[in-house]
Ligand binder design. Sequence first.
Ligand SMILES: *[C@@H]1O[C@H](CO)[C@@H](O)[C@H](O)[C@H]1NC(C)=O
Ligand SMILES: *[C@@H]1O[C@H](CO)[C@@H](O)[C@H](O)[C@H]1NC(C)=O
Ligand SMILES: *[C@@H]1O[C@H](CO)[C@@H](O)[C@H](O)[C@H]1NC(C)=O
Ligand SMILES: *[C@@H]1O[C@H](CO)[C@@H](O)[C@H](O)[C@H]1NC(C)=O
Ligand SMILES: *[C@@H]1O[C@H](CO)[C@@H](O)[C@H](O)[C@H]1NC(C)=O
Ligand SMILES: *[C@@H]1O[C@H](CO)[C@@H](O)[C@H](O)[C@H]1NC(C)=O
Length: 362
Amino acid sequence: MRGGAGYQFDQDDSWYHPWYNFKYWGKRAWAGFIAVVVLIIVIVIIVAVEVTKNNAYPDYTQLSYSLADTYSGSTFFDNFDYFTGYDPTEGFVHYVPEAQATSLNLTYASSSSAVLRVDTSVGPDSNPNASTGRFSVRVSSKTQYGLDTLFIFDVIHSPLGCGTWPALWLTDPSNWPYNGEIDVMEAVNVVSSTYNQMTLHTTSGCSMGVKRKETGKSLTTSCVNTTDDNAGCGVDAGSTTFGADFNSAGGGILAMELRSAGIRMWQFGRSSIPADVTSGTPDPSTWGEATADFPSTDCNIGNHFKNQSIIANIDLCGSWAGATSVFSENCSGTCTDYVANNNGSFADAYWEFGAFKVYSAS
Ligand SMILES: *[C@@H]1O[C@H](CO)[C@@H](O)[C@H](O)[C@H]1NC(C)=O
Ligand SMILES: *[C@@H]1O[C@H](CO)[C@@H](O)[C@H](O)[C@H]1NC(C)=O
Ligand SMILES: *[C@@H]1O[C@H](CO)[C@@H](O)[C@H](O)[C@H]1NC(C)=O
Ligand SMILES: *[C@@H]1O[C@H](CO)[C@@H](O)[C@H](O)[C@H]1NC(C)=O
Ligand SMILES: *[C@@H]1O[C@H](CO)[C@@H](O)[C@H](O)[C@H]1NC(C)=O
Ligand SMILES: *[C@@H]1O[C@H](CO)[C@@H](O)[C@H](O)[C@H]1NC(C)=O
């Protein structure tokens, strides 16, 4: 009853006890007010933290590079080891040792370029035939590289053809995925719905779901080998970056900078190579936005990428090119039947490289 009376009293007096005048607030009103203020502060802090996190971006301040190694001319392949083991990516391929690669002319270097190709000589009637896989080559540089390194790869021709899975990439072959993998050029078959894919592969703790500055299109953001069937964090570099269109334009330059702030890659067509690259004094700070940007924001680059060898290979079929849904996009039958029986179809399955130049920052 008293409550009722009190309520009646408040009602009657509300015209001179307005709710917004805190002088007349009770304990409950104050508690509610404080709760609302605390809530607003918490929301403001969370939003501020999120905005800061989303805007976080490393400092790619200019580094000063000088030439460390050149791979060029008729001795190009002398700086590489020929991988001969069972293909780690389960391809339908026999990687041949140096002597066999030379005698089959699968690797060939002249003063102007170096060629690495898939065998075309073994047909269905040859003995032995290619029913257990076709001859190809995988080479890895004897020298390994770490942070503060800038790689300039001159690529004149990229391999294409049904069943092919070519790549120009870097890893520490004996410590995969612990020391990371950096794919600079990679595609499959005749180059279909995606073009050149620039990708990182790592152990856990490396994501690219952060602010990036790149012209390419991000495909997946986890670089960790156990997610997305080991697809890695890939960026599609866009049309004319691999295959027939890339080749008919004379290829181009692939630049990759490895530093603790992040990993960035640029792809320049033959007709738009920066003058400082041509003159041998490359300065990425003048090149504008990268094609693919892998900042260190949510990935400790120094911990994830060590002892990187440069690798060039052409795999056949395997887990990507040979996957039925991928192969059947542009090619018919099964990948392994195709590779075993169509030796005449691998004429375009070759890399042709100009020089590789490696610069290091002091
Ligand atoms: C080996 O391949 C290169 C590059 O395609 C070619 O110029 C050369 O004539 C070939 N050599 C032989 C012996 O077939
Ligand atoms: C395919 O292999 C056969 C041998 O079985 C050979 O005669 C032919 O020249 C090869 N084709 C090419 C394009 O090398
Ligand atoms: C390929 O060689 C294997 C082993 O010599 C043989 O069994 C098979 O029939 C051959 N394939 C063709 C298509 O001739
Ligand atoms: C391959 O197939 C894809 C998907 O159907 C298509 O977009 C692309 O144009 C094809 N590429 C070629 C070279 O035929
Ligand atoms: C991923 O890397 C781990 C080591 O961190 C390894 O044990 C595992 O086999 C790898 N998985 C794939 C799918 O590559
Ligand atoms: C890198 O290679 C050097 C020498 O080859 C070796 O001593 C070192 O342990 C390697 N580092 C890692 C992280 O594997």
